[in-house]
Design a protein around this ligand. Structure first.
Ligand SMILES: NC(=O)c1ccc[n+]([C@@H]2O[C@H](COP(=O)([O-])OP(=O)(O)OC[C@H]3O[C@@H](n4cnc5c(N)ncnc54)[C@H](OP(=O)(O)O)[C@@H]3O)[C@@H](O)[C@H]2O)c1
Length: 377
């Protein structure tokens, strides 16, 4: 792909993210920015999953991402399939405005994902014809590479998706690139086949790191790391780290896992479903031991937590509003770097940013949540 002027060079760095954080010393409390994997990241990140595939929602996300960065959020999460590439393009539009306004590329961490078959902006009249023309006829993937009718991690497909995401975002380098819900392939293929496919995808991602198209990679998951080990979609973090080591040795760039974590879905903290070095531990402990940074998705359980947060959690966290409580829970959890919140409304960005001015709850306060009665009613 030609490197035209439309690609903003660079990537997030420790120095750049420190400079970003320094702009917000007066507005952000201690603990809002934390150092992970050589970057200073905000405890709240903006997600871009939900919404219609229309121009009004494109503008909403552009404005929400712009407001989020102006308010002290430097962690942006998207995926090529969110709103059929339109969310990535909205993030790209916001970034262009932000860079013009003086924000530096090296202060902002941009994350995206690939794995789902994704149309271009709108649903084609004949999706099969579209995917055949765009991918199969060009040898990018074969029909047998598709799992569950919608998922693909074939090497040329991952390369293709990286190029499209870079174009959509207008960035020469993506900071964190995730394989998106790889566990869903287990509904159709064996564990051995999935491991083989992930290893090949990791090779592609390692070479994308070498050519500075991405900086690091990971898995964005839904069930994989929350499930019971006997569940079909379960993944062992130790095994996935082993695959990355097999591909690129101890200097591999598999560094991040995204998983749902919220008051109603606290499994990463409380379910001992991982084994590391022969010891059974929770996902949060496993990640700590294996040097993997965890990012929480669905921090508000898509607002289903409203009206369901118990009085004991309110009192342990010290906030009365259910959603504020839910967000404070996630950004205070030991082992979670950033709480992602989907926000396409600027007033939601402003409401959630109020928490950036409050320190996360202490570990002792946090423990009280689990020693009191139930977390949700
Ligand atoms: N498997 C995966 O990889 C995966 C799965 C799910 C999510 N994610 C990532 O995680 C992000 C967060 O998850 P999510 O978006 O599914 O769910 P969420 O963050 O739990 O909830 C998002 C919803 O909450 C609303 N909201 C936000 N702040 C609010 C406030 N202060 N008051 C009232 N409503 C508020 C949003 O409304 P508006 O949008 O109207 O502002 C949106 O409808 C996603 O956007 C995505 O980037 C990844």
């Amino acid at each position: 792909m030609p490197e035209g002027n439309s690609f903003v060079p660079g990537f997030a760095t420790l120095e750049g993210t420190r400079r970003f954080a320094a702009r917000f010393t007066d507005l952000s409390a201690a603990g809002h920015f934390r150092e992970r994997q050589g970057l200073l990241v905000s405890s709240i990140g903006i997600g871009t999953y939900l919404g219609e595939t229309d121009a009004a929602t494109d503008r909403d996300y552009r404005d929400a991402v712009t407001a989020a960065v102006w308010g002290g959020i430097n962690f942006i999460d998207t995926a090529i399939n969110y709103r059929m590439q339109r969310s990535e393009r909205s993030v790209g539009a916001a970034l262009r405005n932000l860079f013009t306004a003086g924000f530096a590329r090296d202060g902002i961490v941009v994350c995206t994902k690939a794995g789902f078959l994704t149309p271009d902006g709108e649903m084609p009249a004949d999706p099969n014809e579209y995917f055949y023309r765009e991918f199969i006829s060009k040898g990018i993937f074969a029909a047998e590479d598709i799992a569950a009718g919608c998922h693909c991690m074939a090497p040329r497909y991952i390369e293709d998706q990286i190029e499209r995401s870079r174009r959509n975002l207008g960035l020469s380098c993506i900071d964190i690139f995730y394989l998106h819900n790889p566990e869903m392939q287990l509904t159709e293929v064996s564990r051995e086949t999935l491991s083989g496919r992930m290893a090949v995808a990791f090779e592609v991602l390692e070479s994308a790191v070498k050519s500075e198209k991405i900086r690091a990679y990971g898995l964005a998951t839904w069930n994989a790391f929350r499930d019971d080990p006997r569940a079909q979609g379960y993944l062992s973090l130790e095994s996935v780290c082993g695959l990355a080591r097999q591909v690129a040795g101890s200097e591999n760039h598999f560094r991040f896992v995204q998983l749902p974590f919220n008051i109603g879905m606290p499994e990463a903290l409380i379910r001992p479903n991982q084994v590391v070095g022969g010891k059974t531990v929770s996902m949060i402990q496993a990640a700590r031991e294996l040097g993997i940074t965890l990012v929480a998705s669905a921090s508000l359980l898509q607002t289903h937590l409203v009206g369901k947060v118990s009085a004991s959690v309110h009192s342990a966290i010290g906030l009365r509003n259910d959603l504020e409580c839910a967000l404070q829970f996630v950004r205070s959890a030991p082992g979670i770097s950033t709480a992602l919140v989907g926000m396409k409304r600027v007033d939601h960005v402003k409401a959630n940013l109020k928490l950036a001015g409050i320190p996360p709850v202490s570990q002792e306060q946090f423990r009280r949540i689990f020693t009191g009665p139930q977390q949700i009613r």
